[in-house]
Design a binder for this molecule. Structure first.
Ligand code: NAD
Length: 319
């Protein structure tokens, strides 16, 4: 993969956490990038932070189809990385219509514009933490049954189905990556999404991390640079055998262990505080990543302690 160049790429959601990291990587490799983002959560500052500041930015809502099609046709991308999404699980439960508007209809618009422009490949983004059935084998392979608990998981899975429909009906070359819990520099430590950032910020402020429940719930934490690298690999793989691949570390880490590890990296002796668990929270989540590694030729993931040190270093710069 090293040295291979994608001449022109569109990155939807490219001003967000994962998207901006990918844009920075593409720019470093000499790719001309058009970011399509409505900046509802992302920012231009993210692009500057990751080295993606020279990318073109179209501030646009992917639900609005006409201008999206026009922009794709004018830019003529080789590859489209589709990361724009409504990512707030709780919002999806109270506003499933709004969630589906972005994640399903918006995705259809992106796949349609990509088809009309004749791109070489689309890399679609989904979630390994919210689509699989409760009680499936852990680590969970891509072949495990799906039955999302949340509206968010449902909309992401629906977008995967539409990707597959565009492939069959329109010949669109599209792959989907299902991420574990992505963490690392750039993730909003005040946000709802990232437990790593929240724990890091609290410990750095001399406060105890707050754990909902007993802390034995597990997650698969994957560094944002590994997620970006997986996108590049998915774009460049000459003939991937599978259309859906898990992107994670393949390691199951409990939330309690996570808090202890961050404290250890910091040399802090602050113990976590336990509060009542949140209903509906997934108990165990860890992805079987063997198929993705073989199919896409991925390198070994960054060890968690190194990724945590990296994240702490970044959060320190914010203070
Ligand atoms: N962060 C994780 O742990 C994680 C896990 C699984 C899957 N994902 C997926 O990865 C992708 C990126 O997530 P992220 O964590 O970087 O989130 P993020 O919120 O930082 O990035 C999403 C970006 O999409 C943009 N956006 C939202 N609605 C839009 C719209 N209607 N039109 C145009 N742009 C819009 C936002 O402004 C933002 O910049 C998403 O598809 C998400 O579902 C993330």
């Amino acid at each position: 993969m090293d040295g291979a160049v994608i001449p022109r790429a569109v990155v939807t959601g490219g001003a967000g956490f994962v998207g901006s990291t990918l844009v920075g990587e593409l720019v470093r490799r000499g790719t001309r990038v058009l970011v399509v983002d409505d900046l509802s959560r992302g920012s231009v500052a993210n692009l500057h932070r990751t080295g993606g500041g020279s990318a073109e930015l179209l501030r646009h809502d992917i639900r609005d189809r006409g201008p999206l099609k026009t922009a794709f046709a004018a830019f003529e991308p080789d590859v489209v990385f589709h990361l724009a999404a409504q990512i707030d699980v709780r919002f999806s439960m109270s506003e499933p219509f709004q969630d589906a508007g972005v994640n399903v209809l918006g995705s259809i618009n992106v796949f349609g514009a990509a088809t009309a422009t004749g791109v070489r490949r689309v890399v679609n983004t989904s979630t390994g933490g919210a689509v699989y059935s409760v009680g499936v084998r852990v680590p969970t392979p891509e072949t495990a049954p799906t039955a999302p608990e949340s509206a968010y998981g449902t909309s992401k899975l629906a977008a995967e189905s539409y990707a597959e429909w565009f492939r069959r009906a329109e010949g669109l070359d599209v792959l989907t990556l299902r991420y574990g819990n992505v963490y690392g520099p750039g993730q909003d430590p005040r946000g709802e999404a990232g437990v790593v950032g929240i724990f890091c910020a609290r410990l750095l402020a001399g406060e105890r991390p707050v754990i909902f429940g007993d802390g034995a719930q597990t997650r698969d934490f994957v560094h944002v640079r590994d997620a970006a690298a997986a996108n590049l690999a998915a774009a460049l793989a000459p003939a991937p055998r599978h259309r859906v691949n898990n992107i994670g570390s393949g390691r199951e880490t409990s939330v309690r262990d996570l808090a202890d590890r961050i404290a250890a990296v910091l040399g802090s002796d602050l113990a976590p505080e336990f509060v009542a668990g949140r209903p509906g929270e997934v108990r165990r989540s860890c992805l079987d990543v063997r198929r993705a590694r073989a199919d896409l030729g991925l390198a070994a993931p960054l060890p968690l302690d190194e990724g945590l040190a990296d994240t702490l270093g970044w959060i320190r710069t914010l203070r």
